[in-house]
Design a protein around this ligand. Sequence first.
Ligand code: NAD
Ligand code: MG
Length: 393
Amino acid sequence: MKPQGIAVLGATGSIGVNTLDVVARHPERYRVVALSGHHQVDRLFEQACRFSPLYVVVADAASANDLQGRLQEQGLATEVLHGAAALERVVSLPEVDVVMAAIVGAAGLPSAMAAARAGKKILLANKESLVVAGRLFVEAVRQHGATLLPVDSEHSAIFQSLPHDYAGNLEASGIRKIILTASGGPFRQHSAEALLQVTVEDACRHPNWVMGRKISVDSASLMNKGLEVIEAHWLFSAPPEQIDVVVHPQSVIHSMVQYRDGSVMAQLGSPDMRTPIACALAWPERIEAGVGSLDFFSMGNLSFEQPDLRRFPCLGLAFDSLRSGGDAPAVLNAANEVAVAAFLEGRLRFVDIAAVVEATLAGVSLSPSTSLAALLDKDGEARRFAVNKVGSC
Ligand code: NAD
Ligand code: MG
């Protein structure tokens, strides 16, 4: 069997590093063709030395020159490219069969879209792509014969719990509900008053998962679950009223599908992203991911709670934006990216993330039009509005 060529976008991040860990276990199956990282040149240098890709993509020309020189000294023929257009170019290469889309934020949309247009197998970690441009993205996948496989652990769980021939119709498959589980994040038991005091370090200390800083803050605010509701809507053609969120603090059940006859299918596993990454990489086969077996006897109880939308309004805002449709989810996402960046830089209180998102959704004119150009324009407008709002918080 000829190894499949893989491009790992966001290779230096949490998902990227876990992906390379799984890929390295299967050199006979996968050959790394391209890697990207934004500014983490040292980590990319180490990864390039280990995997000898044809291409590496960085943010700017200065980093590209620096890295190219260092790789040449090592005798590597890897070509270093820079900028967003280079990301679109590498995912479209004929040598690339599989694209891991693991850039964080709406910045990951153009390259994920290019992978769809090039008809590649896309392993999608970058949920923001579907939040911003879900309809266009799934249409591009369909039109160009691409394959879209979820990497987000909840969506991987749902994908695994659906019938194998699921064709995007809940009714026809006898499905009542898609049930997304949420850990509840580090502030699950905080009072509204306690939430006023939380710090960046508190927010980035997730109880069960080690992740990038943006998604860690999103998990703490439950915006991550909101983005995942929108992601599930597009991945599985599920209307918002058939998507439930259940808080399950142990993160053992990664999500569930409830059928008409009362059956509930769930996927369980340790909270280790290498499981959903390996599942997407090899589907429908199963490969070693370096993840141990679940130990049921040391696990203790599994518990379930309702999410509290008063303390965590971001989840409700995400549901509202999905019901509004059009460019509302793109506005939600843009405002959230601005607010989370401000929080991480110490310029905004944690509780004001939701306030900025809510004000932006109310302050920017929403429209049903969803061409890519219109969505990107609206993303820019929402970011400008949110930056002003952060300034006045
Ligand atoms: P991270 O912050 O650890 O890594 C982000 C990667 O994106 C890095 O390689 C960085 O260099 C690159 N990047 C950042 N800004 C960029 C830009 N403007 N242009 C190009 N590249 C850029 O993030 P992560 O935790 O690995 O998350 C990546 C994506 O996967 C996010 O969309 C996140 O929601 C999703 N996801 C992550 C996890 C997890 O466990 N970490 C789980 C599910 C989904
Ligand atoms: Mg998730």
